[in-house]
Design a protein around this ligand. Structure first.
Ligand SMILES: O=C(O)C(=O)C[C@]1(C(=O)O)C=C[C@@H](O)C=C1
Length: 255
């Protein structure tokens, strides 16, 4: 029921606050990645050779980091979704009693393949300068930090959708029963909130990405990532993918 639900700390306001806080993480992670040039060798599919198999350095870093983090219990939290779920060892740490907020079907929703494609295909080329400075391992680690921050934000759509469903099940149930994606998308969309989010992330990119000097407040318009690009990326990719997660979750909400 909705009272125990909000007692868990999950309300539309609290999930929106969580998304807002995650913007900071995402903007900072993009700023950190943009410190390096594109460094294409990081993505060369035959750069690393392990036991006769060839893979990219970023694939190598993601696989091994996720394996360690899985052992450390990272994916026990339903806010976390691995990029390579097929290769994960079991957790070796005691379990923590995370609140059971989501419908069990949430565990089957993982759109990290689409996030991976969006990140390497659209986002990365638009925030990095051309060039090669040899820092491939740090580059790959920065990529994973960005990917994890984006993935956490986008999959947080499960929590947003759960809160919206609980607030007005009578609105959502007919669309869920008829498995009507369009209707669900319309129900969960708030254009004014989206406009606010896009403006705010642009502003965060300006504030976090300026050179801070003690002598003058004049930043000369130099930002570490282009604020309008960050805002556009949110509008074109981050918000639509979050909405996709929300729809996928709602479709299964009455299973
Ligand atoms: O805040 C919400 O209501 C959300 O569903 C999140 C979000 C977003 O991704 O930022 C997505 C859909 C809404 O149109 C507005 C914002």
């Amino acid at each position: 029921d909705s009272s125990s639900f909000s007692a868990n700390g999950f309300t539309l306001e609290s999930v929106r606050d969580a998304l807002t806080r995650q913007e900071d993480t995402i903007v900072f992670s993009l700023i950190e990645r943009a410190k390096f040039p594109i460094n294409s060798q990081t993505y060369n599919e035959s750069y690393v050779s392990v036991l006769g198999f060839r893979t990219s350095l970023v694939g190598f870093i993601v696989r091994n980091t996720e394996a360690i983090e899985a052992k450390a219990g990272r994916y026990k939290n339903h806010e976390e979704n691995p990029f390579l779920p097929g290769h994960l060892p079991l957790s070796v740490v005691p379990s923590y009693p995370y609140p059971e907020v989501l419908h069990p079907a949430a565990a089957f929703i993982n759109i990290n393949k689409s996030i991976w494609k969006m990140y390497f295909g659209k986002l990365l080329p638009s925030i990095t300068a051309p060039g090669d400075d040899g820092n491939y391992a740090s580059t790959a680690a920065s990529d994973l930090t960005c990917l994890q921050a984006l993935s956490r934000r986008i999959h947080y759509g499960k929590f947003v959708a759960e809160v919206k469903f609980r607030e007005s099940p009578q609105d959502y149930e007919p669309a869920i029963r008829s498995q009507d994606r369009e209707a669900l998308l319309k129900l969960l969309t708030s254009e004014s909130v989206e406009e606010m989010v896009k403006k705010r992330v642009g502003k965060k990119a300006m504030v976090f990405g300026q050179d801070v000097s003690l002598d003058t407040n004049d930043n000369k318009g130099n930002y570490k990532v282009n604020p309008s690009i960050v805002s556009r990326l949110y509008g074109q990719w981050v918000i639509p993918l979050t909405k996709l997660v929300e729809v996928e979750y709602l479709l299964r909400r009455l299973d």
